[in-house]
Design a protein around this ligand. Sequence first.
Ligand SMILES: NC(=O)c1ccc[n+]([C@@H]2O[C@H](COP(=O)([O-])OP(=O)(O)OC[C@H]3O[C@@H](n4cnc5c(N)ncnc54)[C@H](O)[C@@H]3O)[C@@H](O)[C@H]2O)c1
Length: 446
Amino acid sequence: MPEIADIQQKRIAVIGLGFVGLPLGATLADIGFRVTGIDASDAVRASLKKGKSHFEEQGLQMLLDRHLGKGFVVVDALQKGEHDVYFIAVGTPVDPKSRRPIMDYVKNASETVGKILKKGDLVIMRSTVPVSTTREIVLPSLEKESGLTAGKDFHLVFAPERLVAGRALQELRELPQIIGGLTNETDLSYATQLFKKMTPIVVDVDSIESAEMAKIIDNSYRDLTFAYANQMARLCECIGIDMVKLATAVNFGYKRNHVPAPSPGVGGTCLTKDPFILLQVGEKFGYEPKLARIAREINESMPGHVVEKVAKLLQEAGKDPKKNSVFVLGFAFKGKPETSDMRDSPTIPVVQGLQKLGCTVTGFDPVARKEQIEKLGVTVKGLEEGFRTADAAVIMTNHPTFERMDIVKLLSLMPKPAVFLDGWHLFDPKEIRTVSGIHYGGIGND
Ligand SMILES: NC(=O)c1ccc[n+]([C@@H]2O[C@H](COP(=O)([O-])OP(=O)(O)OC[C@H]3O[C@@H](n4cnc5c(N)ncnc54)[C@H](O)[C@@H]3O)[C@@H](O)[C@H]2O)c1
């Protein structure tokens, strides 16, 4: 592979400073690169210019304190000739109605980079996209705006981000980095040498398209395994079998499989959208990956199932949902590793469903921001006050704070009869049933 001279001297620009771009920029600055960040959102830039991250991520604020305004500078516009490497890390959401991927941000970012690209530069596509987006949207935009030719005048690779929110900084330094290059060895070599400064293992795949596909295969697979557990949980509830205990039993000492625990839903911006990106790829290339569609259907049905269970338990307790207050624990899209990110959290449809039933919803989350929770029409309460004033309590994430709760004490504070739905089977149903006046339910283990 051709050696790239002075790799550590390369000046890096990160386009899009969200959950992916910001930890990446901070990490590259920490390694010693000179990094410039840009984001289309005035609010994001304003927050970073004040030195504050606009979301919680373990260790991120510390890195920002160390590097913002020094090795990591946030600007309103990138200038021509000031950078050698560009990371495109903008959002690639799906349209909420059509469920089709929106590539407008990728196109805009590519045009921004194209306008300032110079000979010899490297562009690294980081956003998750449908297969062929880099070749069919990014590349033409870069060439058109710059007047340069990819593969000859500049380098282009796709390098998927596979980190998990909550462990972003650690995983950026540890996960194998997949890279697919456009045309020649120099594309790969340049990107490989750069990534090797950050993480020990780089895996090069055959093409840009392979690297794009790698990311959607990963996330669709994860969504599928969770859907499998959730489907088995629904069936076990009908049979009267405890699926949670069963999953533990079938996994014990049997390394050939790992059946995940069921959950009250699968959230976050990636697992809820990447299967739809895969489905669009299937449409484009003529083969429907049905499993991805069915997995999404199952996982998306779980919040509705939670609401139905709460309604049923309230009825069993002789309560009218319209006059009841439900205390919801956990608003971030997951509890472990912890994150403040509430985007596409399964808790949102659960809150909406409960409100539709007529319930008043109160809630608590150890990390998610209070003002964001309040936007859902939820009154934020502390744990003790929340239990004391609720007719029903519902656990929606497995955040360690919830695992550590003295649940018997908290349940005993509730006005009886009361309902407790443990969506993450954090507590032994037998122990819960020792608290008189509690109508208990779980996901996969009533
Ligand atoms: N969040 C994750 O854990 C994660 C993990 C792996 C991959 N991804 C993928 O990475 C990509 C980014 O995800 P994210 O979670 O960081 O999204 P995000 O919404 O948190 O951040 C994207 C940022 O890009 C900015 N932006 C949009 N258009 C821009 C433009 N033209 N120029 C400059 N900035 C622009 C937005 O203002 C936003 O702040 C997505 O494709 C996502 O699927 C996300």
